[in-house]
Ligand binder design. Sequence first.
Ligand SMILES: Cc1cc2nc3c(=O)[nH]c(=O)nc-3n(C[C@H](O)[C@H](O)[C@H](O)COP(=O)(O)OP(=O)(O)OC[C@H]3O[C@@H](n4cnc5c(N)ncnc54)[C@H](O)[C@@H]3O)c2cc1C
Length: 555
Amino acid sequence: MSLQSIAGKGHAAGTAYDVVVVGAGFAGMYMLHRLRGQGLSVRVYEQGGDVGGTWYWNRYPGARCDVESMQYSYSFSDELQQEWDWSERYAPQPEILRYANHVADRFKLRPDIQLDTRVDQAVFDESANSWSVATSDGRSVTAKYVVLATGCLSNARMPDISGLGDFKGKVYHTGHWPHERIDFTGLRVGVIGTGSSGIQSVPVIAGQASHLTVFQRTANFSIPAHNAALTPEEREAFRANYPEIRRFAREEARNGIYSEMPDRGALDDGDNERRARYEARWARGGLTFMSVYNNLVLDKVANDTAADFVRAKIAEIVRDQETAKLLQPSNHPIGSKRICVDTDYFATFNRENVTLVDIRANPIEEILPNAVRTGGKDYEVDALVLATGFDAMTGSVAKIDIRGRQGQTLNRKWAEGPKTYLGLMSAGFPNLFIITGPGSPSVLSNMMVSIEQHVDWIADCLAYMRDRGFEAVEANQDAEDKWVAHVNEVAHTTLYPQANSWYMGANIPGKPQVFMPYIGGVGAYRRICDDVAAKGYEGFTMSAVERPRAMAASS
Ligand SMILES: Cc1cc2nc3c(=O)[nH]c(=O)nc-3n(C[C@H](O)[C@H](O)[C@H](O)COP(=O)(O)OP(=O)(O)OC[C@H]3O[C@@H](n4cnc5c(N)ncnc54)[C@H](O)[C@@H]3O)c2cc1C
């Protein structure tokens, strides 16, 4: 029986799809668009109440992108990139969510997306080469292929702090923010966590709260965004050059962002020249601060020059030198954790109504009904904001009960750390793809570039299989082993593993500490993936289903 396109017709128990996609963020939406364009029947399940993924969930004050919007946007449709007007250099969350909704409407994606529905289980049927997918509405469907577009930063991490459940005020997690506007005016607020979400929200909350206490375990490097409205001329300059900007971001940039490539190392310049270059980048703002020199993540001495520069800036901005010292990152090289991009973060600590508390020296002992206790002192608060991040890269995948060949679970296979071939598939789990999975550049890049690359690769792979009558594809164990070793080897030529970061799983107690993303750069990685495809999907085994003759004759 051939699979029929049932796009948009609603869904009954036992329905068979060509592809089930899990998640309707930017990855899931584009995957749907591509596969539908190939005539495949696709069902997308999204546990949230609407599309947008990250931008649906992270509605905290100050939430915005840290890759400039003209680049943090889809490139697959020139009409789309020419017609959408980004208002600011770094668009705020509501605007990015509007963009996601615009894409869903413009490309008529909604009929194939089932909202408010979790995928709980996916079990591979070896005899049929297909997946049985069980969802939270109590139904199950089958699909030849499953694509996990579940997101790298979609499983919010709740800290395990004693007493949190007894807190009498409201508790908010930045990654799970309510839809209604939260106004902290007149309240004493505590923010726990100073990663990217904490750094973005602190200045805004400080402007509302009667008092804000920031509980910091790790001081992080942050570069000013210098956010501003985009002028029509600036937008036009991008649009006119989009073909080259997008090409460069895909093929040449390490991180998927169009910017000048450094031609020298930090130690090739004398002190004055180096300082001038850092000053110029600081004045320009944004993530590309790390691209001033080509060896900042490779050479600790070079790295120190950039880290010292930022530490000096913090000391310049923050008046109280004890607070400044606490805010100066000292336990990891700059860039070895994702650097943050902020608006007035450090200056916020000059406000009378803001207190910084060091919970590395004195971890939070307990949360009382109206206070946070640390270092033998109670900090009274009326509301708590948990900016404690995510179980990154593997957290949302791990929450699905995925069973491959011989009933092996993906969680068991990944117990010592995620293992994939190219970040796209895991041996023993045929026809199961992951978008921006561990082992791919993913969170080290402009995610839009990485998402589009993976979606295109998967769509091309399915087209290749269909053209040749293949029905199953699986990563080979030896190809996977070699790739895992390569990912590790490349990571250890850099300073990244020196930080206790979420790239390493270090923010989750008990999670194996493995450097998860592939650090070789998006351009190099794309060439590897393209080369694998050009060689007939080298390292993957493709097969056709051998049906019993009688059945084949009657079908
Ligand atoms: C605050 C914040 C700011 C960011 N800023 C940037 C930036 O500036 N630049 C950048 O490159 N990246 C940024 N990122 C990373 C961002 O996650 C990606 O850019 C991108 O949005 C990921 O898209 P996605 O579709 O892969 O995943 P997501 O957007 O995370 O979407 C995944 C979806 O899958 C759903 N899902 C998960 N499991 C299931 C299940 N079992 N069943 C059903 N649905 C499920 C989730 O609910 C979610 O909606 C940011 C992340 C955060 C948290």
